[in-house]
Every structure is written in C-alpha cells, then in structure tokens.
Design a protein around this ligand. Structure first.
Ligand SMILES: Nc1ncnc2c1ncn2[C@@H]1O[C@H](COP(=O)(O)OP(=O)(O)OP(=O)(O)O)[C@@H](O)[C@H]1O
Length: 248
C-alpha cells in the first residue's frame, strides 16, 4: 500500500509520524508518507499547510519535534555524497543576483566534485543554454526556477525534492518541466514535488499526498485521489471543506 510506513523494504523517502512545533504553533502533525522510485509524487496543499516545513526536515535543514524523515533509510545528513543521492530545490533558494546562471552552477559543481560537462547537460535539460551567461538578476521567475532545477540535477541524484517547482512557469514551461520530471522518474529515480497548484500538478504526478492545516488528509495514486471527482482541484475542495473561490 502506498502510505504504508511499516514496509520492510527501504523506500526512497519515508516520513514517519513527523510533528513540528514552532513555539506553541503546530506546523505539521503526525505526518507519514512514502515516495517511490520510478514515480513522481506530488505533496500538495494550500499555503501554510506545512509542505515546506516537512521538506526542510527531510533535507536536514530543520529538526522535527518528533518523528523521522529518511532518504533511502538514512537521515539526509548521514549520506556521504548527499548531492549525488538527493537534488533539492527549495522555494526562494535564489542564486546571487549579480552572478551569471552558468557561474552559479559552476560554483556548486566545483564544490561537489561534479565534472564541468554536467553543467552543459543540465542547462540543456532545463532550456537555459542560451541564457546561461545572463546575470541572474535579469532572469524571470520562471528562469530562476529552471536554474534551481538545473542545480538540483547537477549531481545526477537518484532522488529529486522540489518545493513549488512550477511556480512562475508559463504553460510551455510547465510542459517542459513535466516531461523532464516524468522522464527522470521513468529512469528509476524518485521525484517528490510540493505545490499548491492542484491542476498544474495533476498533469505531472503519479502519486499524491494531500496536506491541509499540518495533517495528511488523503494519499494514493492520482486516479485513487481524483476518483469520483471532476478534477484534483475539485477533490481537494471536497476533502478540505474549502469552498471553490475561497481564498487560501
Ligand atoms: N520558522 C517558523 N516559525 C514559526 N512558524 C513557522 C515557521 N515556519 C513555518 N511556520 C508556520 O508553519 C505553518 C506551515 O508553514 P509551511 O511554510 O511549512 O507551509 P507551506 O505548506 O509550505 O506553505 P507555503 O506554500 O505558503 O510556504 C504556517 O502556519 C507557518 O506560518
């Protein structure tokens, strides 16, 4: 079963009973889910639902109040070559504005013993070859997202963790990212992405975990979650009790 966390085999990503409190505020409560190789998993919920908090814990940037978040059975910090195992893009993880896109990638590649030829490959993969020498401050939001994705792909990681990767992308950009992420997963890798954009994300993902107000409210394959609804967005509104048109 998709949400089962007691499985004996090592999952790519296993979040077990994670709770995170900031002072008196509970950001996530008893969150458990897994993400599997060969599949794109969407971690979906409205703004403030607890997506970033969960991903930050998974990437060792924050400590859970309780519970565990493991990558191939180990905490992120326990991996010897984390960039080769996990590529990550967190929302707002911006490059230095004065730097050229290509120099941002060179800096990451050099500090992680990644060969230079990989920079050319990832620029091509995200469609930034022509804009590689442009300074990041001149990039649109969509181009910054592509640069973040290129950085995440540098180490040819088995696992990609992306916070809001389709934010700021136009329909063509979303389509290319969809192809890229689906191909990446089809090659046996694991892709976990968060988003608050239900319809855009439903075109990319195989599996879905929905979080609302810090709690998982549904999970399964896209077909299972959408079953009996017109769309993922509609399923989400029904599950959360939020009315369509109500502000998130
Ligand atoms: N460092 C922090 N200190 C206090 N509260 C925090 C902190 N980080 C997050 N929170 C709170 O925890 C809750 C979950 O936030 P989180 O950023 O994880 O949600 P999210 O689903 O990623 O939303 P968004 O898409 O808006 O980033 C929110 O109510 C937020 O205000």
């Amino acid at each position: 079963m998709y949400t089962k966390t007691s499985s004996t085999k090592t999952e790519a990503i296993t979040i077990s009973n994670v709770t995170k409190r900031y002072g008196g505020k509970t950001a996530v409560e008893n969150v458990s889910f897994t993400a599997q190789p060969g599949r794109v998993t969407g971690f979906l919920g409205p703004n403030g639902a607890g997506k970033s908090s969960t991903l930050r814990i998974l990437l060792g940037l924050d400590r859970p109040t309780s519970g565990t978040a493991l990558i191939e059975g180990k905490a992120f910090v326990e991996h010897r070559q984390p960039l080769r195992t996990v590529g990550a893009m967190l929302d707002g993880a911006a490059a230095v504005p004065e730097r050229r896109g290509i120099d941002h990638l060179k800096w990451i590649a050099e500090s992680n013993q990644i060969p230079k030829k990989r920079i050319v490959e990832v620029l091509e993969m995200v469609g930034l070859t022509e804009a590689a020498k442009t300074r990041v401050k001149k990039y649109s939001l969509g181009m910054k997202q592509r640069l973040g994705l290129a950085a995440a792909l540098l180490g040819e990681p088995r696992i990609l963790i992306l916070d809001e990767p389709v934010n700021g992308l136009d329909p063509e950009g979303i389509r290319s990212v969809r192809r890229l992420l689906q191909d990446y997963a089809r090659n046996g890798n694991t892709v976990l992405l968060s988003s608050h954009l239900m319809d855009e994300t439903s075109k990319i993902v195989d599996d879905i975990v929905i979080i609302n107000k810090g709690k998982i409210i549904d999970s399964g394959t896209l077909e299972e979650v959408v079953a009996d609804h017109e769309s993922l967005e509609e399923a989400f509104f029904v599950l959360t009790g939020i009315k369509s048109g109500e502000s998130w």
